[in-house]
Design a binder for this molecule. Structure first.
Ligand code: KG4
Ligand code: ZN
Length: 354
């Protein structure tokens, strides 16, 4: 089965072609164009500008995804698109393009919740595992072996992106219980807003991380809601950073130490709550997803703590953590097409909480 995925929820325009064979999902082609460098000039995403860039990029990006790979439209089984959540102007570009292609190419259309899509980056085969699986498959011919390294249910999902911080308990494909999420800023948003306070460009997460390498966690910033349920709150942390920064002399050393303290505070909250949820729900697998899952410290700490519990951690490679269409196509392999593609509506408020 071959699916073309389309992603346009925010400032990334993505198109990808993925194949599922013997339960293994591989990328045949994956193209992402980002307007982030343009947004960086303004310190964040301006929705109208992001939508305009989506219009400019969508056809060239789909075209590139198709021509990167010797691909016949007749081999395509379905089209998948991010239905939401996201910026309405950006979303409309992807959804209307997908509807049009579905109509003219006569292909089924599969709407995907962007947040669920993020988790499915964990179901995509890595280059190296594809090669080693291929050789072991030749020897054993066991297709169960080929998928044993993929996430298994039940598993705990932690989604950490620019707009979301969610803890979800998955019992099967399409079956999950929402445990909690942020009450104000998301983890990525906190990175972005703190970066802005320090005068760093957007997106702030990688910038804070880079500075943090040269600093120490000396400021002992608050770890909001660390002991309270499964919800998160990061806006107080941002306020604490603002007042600490105001009170300090703006030297490079101060900035590096503050960056290390910000990163440590966000990572601590995410790791401690995720591990506690894994213990409470007795899961043997954790899947992390979203742009902030590209953070090396977060992944390293989660790995150490989950190994102590004998829980397996799955995390996507950095290029599949941030927005991309490969994850949308991957999720679509486990979903059904919409009965009438032309009735599909972009939904900027789609969420995981029911
Ligand atoms: O998932 P994503 O690409 O877009 C949304 O769906 O929101 O996430 C973007 C977020 C931004 O807030 C960005 O600062 C953050 O992910 N991010 C990181 C890193 N790379 C991206 N945060 C911390 N460390 C990183 N290495
Ligand atoms: Zn996203």
């Amino acid at each position: 089965m071959i699916i073309l995925g389309i992603e346009t929820t925010c400032d990334e325009t993505g198109a990808a072609i993925l194949q599922m064979k013997n339960g293994r999902i591989t990328i045949l082609s994956n193209v992402v164009a980002s307007s982030a460098p343009l947004q960086a000039k303004y310190g964040g995403v301006i929705p109208e500008q992001a939508a305009r860039e989506q219009i400019r990029s969508i056809i060239p990006v789909i075209d590139a995804a198709i021509s990167n790979f010797k691909f016949q439209i007749s081999n395509l089984n379905a089209i998948a698109v991010s239905q939401g959540p996201g910026l309405i102007g950006s979303l409309l570009v992807g959804v209307e393009t997908a509807k049009t292609l579905s109509l003219i190419w006569k292909k089924p259309l599969i709407p995907v919740n962007h947040l669920i899509g993020h988790f499915y980056a964990n179901w995509i085969e890595r280059e190296s595992s594809v090669k080693s699986q291929e050789s072991s498959e030749k020897k054993s011919r066991l297709s169960t072996l080929a998928t044993s390294h993929l996430p298994q249910f039940p598993c705990l999902g932690l989604l950490v992106s620019g707009g979301h911080t969610d803890l979800v308990l998955f019992t099967n494909h399409g079956k999950y219980k929402y445990l909690g999420g942020t009450r104000d800023d998301a983890a990525g948003e906190c990175f972005d807003k703190c970066a802005r306070l320090l005068g760093l460009p957007y997106p702030g997460g990688p910038e804070i991380s880079k500075l943090a390498e040269k600093g120490k966690d000396i400021y002992k910033l608050p770890r909001p809601m660390i002991n309270d349920g499964w919800d998160f709150s990061f806006s107080g942390l941002k306020t604490a950073v603002a007042s600490t920064f105001k009170e300090s002399k703006p030297t490079l050393k101060v900035e590096c130490n503050l960056a290390a303290s910000i990163e440590a505070a966000i990572v601590d909250v995410l790791v401690i709550k995720t591990i506690r949820a894994a213990q409470k729900y007795k899961v043997e697998q954790i899947i992390v997803a979203g742009g902030v899952a590209a953070n090396e410290k977060l992944v390293r700490k989660l790995k150490v703590q989950s190994e102590k519990l004998k829980v397996k951690l799955h995390n996507p490679p950095p290029n599949l953590c941030t927005d991309n269409a490969a994850m949308i196509a991957a999720a679509a392999f486990f979903q059904k097409p919409i009965a009438d593609p032309l009735k599909l509506q972009a939904d900027p408020n789609l969420s995981l909480a029911s």
